[in-house]
Design a protein around this ligand. Structure first.
Ligand code: PLP
Length: 433
């Protein structure tokens, strides 16, 4: 804002258009299929299809059509090593050595693989530390892995509670890392509030306590830079269907620190066998070098193909520029909500996401006691958002495809929905997702 600009100008539509005109990533929007007549703010849940991903899937279909089974070795790139090829490209995005990342499985399956492998209860060291605000699938996976080891989740799973219902105090996590803890398993970003954890700090604390530490990066991969090797985490898993735009249920990814190379996977499968001898078909396990050993099954080719296309966009745009715009847009959204007086009566919105950049992921949690009705009213107006119980409307401006003008528009809609009482009129026809 120039020194002569008046504060109210920053709230205006013209300012949004000025921001769009100056946006260095604006050109990427045209590479996405943005649903018509809607403002898509749900890329933190399901990313949009890109022209690049569509092309890559069509190319994979064509290869299948003309080559049949020969595509495993003859396609470009060969399907047989596609998990490794994609893993090496994904590694650049998450700050890891190429062989430390593999594209395989799905989020929860990879979680089971990693926890099964790296949760090694021994004597009194039997606990897993997680958060009381974790995504349910992570908790279910930890509970079942504890049971598989003969433990009792009631005693062995420590879900560190939130003090404010939306964030987790890192000091509380560190205090829970006692000498009874075998594994610390945390989200990088909390799915509801969008709180981003200080991963290096928590990693140092876990290691100092003698525990291993892994991260579920489903809500940070593709939204912000990572430095897995430098942070020295033990492992990570993430999905590619949110910020990475590889499509519904698309293949996931995992990272294993180089010091764990050679660790025996809890769940072995032939796809993790060393590639050069996989077709020897012998029954004695010999795992691939690096993260590849943790693959279980044949790579799902079509969703992996989509990721080939999608990653090209990230390589083009650069994750630092993506993060910068994401922070600018979430800052802008928060400033609009506050600047329009929406956190005051009669509006009553609350910002549930930390203000500090180093504690914020890619979305903004707008809380409201009438959040479910507000989310529905937003949807009626073409704003694609989601609602998470009990009171959170999640709004994710996506750096590659969302305009500042769209951010401005959703803030106006938040006001209008209260002004008109529209949130009271909408009738839920089913669960608000
Ligand atoms: C943080 C987190 N973990 C795990 C999952 C489960 O993912 P999947 O259904 O791919 O196993 C999700 C899904 O949204 C998630 O957000």
């Amino acid at each position: 804002m120039s020194e002569t600009a008046r504060p109210h100008d920053v709230m205006g539509e013209a300012h949004a258009l000025t921001l769009d005109a100056a946006d260095p990533l604006a050109r990427f929007r045209d590479r996405f299929f943005v649903p018509v007549e809607s403002v898509y703010l749900d890329g933190n849940s399901l990313g949009l299809l890109s022209v690049d991903a569509e092309r890559a899937v069509l190319d994979a279909l064509q290869a299948w059509k003309v080559k049949g089974i020969a595509g495993w070795l003859d396609a470009d790139p060969p399907w047989f090593t596609l998990g490794e090829t994609l893993g090496a490209r994904m590694a650049a995005l998450v700050g890891a050595a190429p062989e430390s990342v593999i594209v395989t499985g799905t989020t929860t399956v990879n979680l089971h693989q990693m926890i099964g492998t790296f949760y090694r209860p021994d004597g009194v060291r039997r606990k897993i530390v997680a958060t009381g605000l974790d995504f349910p699938s992570d908790v279910y996976a930890m509970q079942s892995q504890i049971r598989l080891r003969g433990g009792d989740p009631d005693g062995d799973l420590v879900l560190v509670p939130s003090r404010d219902g939306r964030t987790i105090d890192e000091d509380d996590l560190i205090a829970a890392m006692t000498d009874e803890v075998a594994l610390v398993m945390l989200p990088s970003v909390l799915y509801r509030s969008g709180q981003l954890f200080d991963i290096p700090r928590l990693t140092g604390a876990a290691h100092a306590a003698g525990a291993l530490i892994g991260f579920d990066c489903a809500h940070s991969a593709g939204a912000l830079p990572h430095a897995f090797d430098a942070w020295n985490i033990d492992f990570a898993i993430w999905c590619s269907y949110k910020y990475l735009n590889a499509g519904p249920g698309a293949v996931g990814a995992l990272y294993v620190n180089p010091r764990h190379v050679g660790a025996e996977p809890a769940l072995a499968g032939w796809w993790g066998y060393r590639k050069d001898r996989q077709f020897d078909m012998v029954h004695d396990w010999e795992g691939a070098a690096g993260a590849g050993a943790f693959q279980i099954s044949t790579i799902p080719l079509l969703s992996a193909a989509a990721l080939l296309g999608s990653l090209a966009i990230f390589e083009d745009a650069g994750i630092d520029a993506i993060r910068q715009k994401s922070l600018d847009q979430t800052d802008y959204l928060i400033a609009l909500v506050e600047g329009l007086g929406l956190t005051e009566a009669p509006y009553g919105y609350r910002i549930g996401t930390p203000r500090e950049h180093h504690r914020r992921g890619g979305h903004v949690a707008i809380e409201h006691d009438e959040g479910a009705g507000i989310a529905l009213a937003l949807k009626e107006r073409g704003f694609v958002v989601d609602f998470r119980q009990p009171d959170v409307v999640r709004l994710a401006p996506i750096a590659l495809s969302t305009t500042y003008h769209e951010v401005w528009r959703v803030a106006q809609a938040l006001r209008e929905i209260i002004d008109t009482g529209a949130y009271l009129e909408v009738k839920a026809s089913g669960p608000v997702t």
